[in-house]
Design a binder for this molecule. Structure first.
Ligand SMILES: [Zn+2]
Length: 297
């Protein structure tokens, strides 16, 4: 049963044409990888979800962009009394994942929920148990028990436990902090892990040992030759969809940016935010692609 005061919010985006909410799910990605375009299930308009996702990243207000990565966005209501403490315990909901974002609001006046911060921990991870206090904004205006709305977003354990997803989440966080150097390192490592895992599994055969495949991928097939030669060859022979040219080029650019960065400590002089953002979105798509093709797309 859904508690109307405590529920997971729908994850999706609005169709630019008919404005209906389209849920994020693997089906969207599968259709995109097969044909580069996805039809809106309501008005049938063809949508470029890569571009929609890219636009979405700049326009989210409450941390919704994390839902692209499988993070959950949740709504809850609580009552807080004036001058009283309230312990908000999200341990059960968040589980072994972690909280990315939280917002409290008493929309219609009343007490203002203030957060107690006793010790500032040496960590950017938000606590799952939060002590709130019902402040009276204006001592001359009496207030009573107040309904407070809470929005929060958390990364579930499935995202945290998967290293490539954990790193691409880190890359998105760094993008929002304008820390583009860190973003490039995290996104590039996330793709490298997903790509290595993909080729290790897809090349697996009884005739060649796992160690030989590992050595081949490490010493004989560079990152870009895996993308430019190995992947299209296997896609043709094994009849799975190929990554589109734009995503492939973004991954190769990301790799070049990463190599320059680790050698020089800085991004190339001609870098710009839009190019880096393309690389971030394409990294997410590539990780989804490698996972979905292994699942049998
Ligand atoms: Zn539509």
């Amino acid at each position: 049963m859904i508690d109307k005061n405590d529920f997971v919010m729908n994850h999706g985006f609005q169709c630019p044409d008919c404005k209906t909410l389209i849920s994020y799910n693997d089906e969207l990605f599968i259709n995109f990888f097969k044909s580069n375009l996805v039809n809106c299930v309501y008005c049938q308009k063809q949508l470029n979800i890569w571009k929609i996702f890219k636009d979405f990243v700049n326009h989210s207000v409450f941390g919704e962009h994390y839902t692209l990565l499988g993070c959950r966005y949740r709504f809850k209501e609580i009552n807080i009394n004036p001058l009283e403490k309230f312990t908000l315990d999200l341990t059960e909901e968040v589980g072994d994942g972690y909280l990315l974002f939280i917002n409290y609001n008493s929309y219609f006046g009343g007490v203002f929920p203030a957060e107690f911060i006793k010790i500032i921990p040496p960590s950017s991870i938000l606590p799952k148990r939060i002590e709130l206090y019902g402040c009276i904004p204006d001592k001359d205006k009496p207030v009573t028990e107040t309904r407070v709305r809470i929005f929060y977003c958390y990364a579930p354990s499935q995202v945290i436990d998967d290293l490539s997803m954990r790193l691409i989440l880190d890359a998105f966080q760094k993008y929002y902090e304008n820390n583009y150097r860190h973003m490039v390192i995290s996104a590039s490592t996330a793709v490298e892990i997903a790509q290595h895992n993909f080729f290790s599994k897809i090349l697996k055969t009884d005739r060649v040992s796992d160690d030989k495949i590992k050595t081949f991928l490490k010493d004989n097939a560079t990152f870009s030759s895996q993308l430019k030669v190995l992947l299209p060859t296997l896609a043709d022979k094994m009849k799975f969809p190929m990554l589109n040219e734009q995503i492939k080029n973004d991954l190769i650019n990301l790799r070049k940016d990463r190599d320059y960065l680790v050698h020089k400590g800085e991004l190339k002089k001609d870098w710009d935010v839009d190019k880096i953002k393309n690389e971030l979105i394409s990294s997410l798509f590539a990780i989804k692609y490698y996972k979905l093709v292994l699942d049998g797309v």
